[in-house]
Design a protein around this ligand. Structure first.
Ligand code: SF4
Length: 354
């Protein structure tokens, strides 16, 4: 049986495994601040402890298997896990470096890292390649956090640089809630990756009962709902999970979710030509979101091979956005980054992975 990764443990858990407990803090520093690749490099840990760790645990539980780089700077990673299965993550530079006239740096590039929480997925959304290949297994906390660690290392992103995390890659994070919770804790730990929970977004297909549980955990993370449709009939066609958790149940769960005073719940809306791109749908959406501190993110559907859906017209997406804004709903249109690479979830794995 393969060894578990030492990255599966929060700092508190580690301090119970490694004695004396301050060694756990040292180990955390080596991993998350100094980006080491082996226990041997942890020079301030006694040799005996390093040997013990080597014998009982792995360090980084995944390795980079393939990288695709887009012209717009986004990079898609295919990672191979210890058991040979693969998952995808994406690095998205959100804003470019900016300098003033004297050549001084005004702001640094901001990054968002989109990570996977499962190998495959049970939800089976009709527009998603990952959903089509079924579910294989949950990722461990270490397999989740390592995606960010590896991407930061690969791009020389300094340990103190802020990054945003979105649980929006392969899998339904709320279907792997305990491991996702632990990953959030490791990300948030000042001695870990020190990423504030307010910079971590959990995106769900709308498992209402799990949204409630996540809310009760009070982790301080942001919530994003993949809504995509405003009536149950179309949503069932796009996302069969809607039969178990309909739109009303999702909206009710969101209304109870604790939202930071400065933040909003994000509603992702994949715009598909002739299906949900009309003003009637925009009108229904405004009604649905009444009373919620919401922000809508319109996403152009990006057709993949064999897909039955089409990319919407720009004018229809703009018209949809305009209607929402005029009726008091914050709304952005997501830039389709990485159009020249396999940017939609599951596309790279479909071509290269297992
Ligand atoms: S879109 Fe997300 S929830 Fe739906 S099948 Fe794909 S990975 Fe699963």
């Amino acid at each position: 049986m393969s060894k578990s990764s030492i990255l599966d443990y929060t700092k508190d858990e580690l301090s119970k495994i490694i004695k004396p407990s301050f060694r756990a803090k040292q180990l955390y520093e080596w991993v998350y601040k100094k980006y080491v690749n082996s226990f041997d490099e942890m020079k301030n840990l006694p040799l005996e402890l390093r040997e013990e760790l080597k014998n009982n645990y792995n360090l980084i539980p995944l390795k980079s298997a393939y990288i695709e780089k887009s012209k717009d700077g986004s990079k898609k990673y295919l990672f191979m896990l210890e058991d040979g299965k693969t998952v995808e993550s994406v690095l998205l530079p959100m804003k470019k470096e900016k300098y003033d006239d004297d050549g001084n740096l005004i702001h640094q590039t901001r990054y968002t890292i989109c990570i996977s929480s499962q190998v495959g997925c049970k939800i089976g959304c009709s527009f998603c390649l990952t959903g089509k290949s079924g579910f294989l297994r949950n990722l461990t906390p270490g397999e989740i956090t390592s995606q960010v660690l590896m991407i930061k290392k690969d791009n020389n992103i300094a340990e103190n640089r802020r990054v945003n995390i979105v649980f929006m890659g392969m899998g339904e994070p709320l279907d792997n809630l305990e491991n996702v919770k632990k990953a959030v804790e490791i990300f948030s730990d000042p001695l870990g990756l020190a990423i504030s929970p307010r910079r971590q977004t959990i995106s769900t297909s709308g498992l209402s009962s799990q949204i409630k549980k996540l809310g009760e955990m009070n982790l301080g993370v942001l919530l994003a709902i993949s809504l995509h449709a405003v009536d149950d009939e179309l949503r069932e066609q796009l996302m069969p999970i809607n039969k178990a958790y309909n739109i009303e149940s999702i909206i009710n769960a969101v209304k109870e979710f604790p939202v930071d005073a400065r933040k909003r719940v994000m509603f992702e809306y994949l715009v598909i030509k002739d299906l949900n791109d009309d003003i009637k749908s925009a009108k229904k959406l405004v009604k649905l979101l009444h009373g919620i501190k919401a922000k809508v993110n319109l996403i152009f559907f990006n057709p993949h091979e064999g897909s039955e859906y089409k990319r919407p017209e720009v004018k229809d997406v703009l018209g949809f956005q305009d209607y929402l804004i005029k009726h008091g709903v914050l709304c952005t249109i997501r830039e389709s980054k990485g159009l020249d690479i396999s940017a939609a979830c599951g596309q790279l794995k479909d071509r290269k992975g297992k």
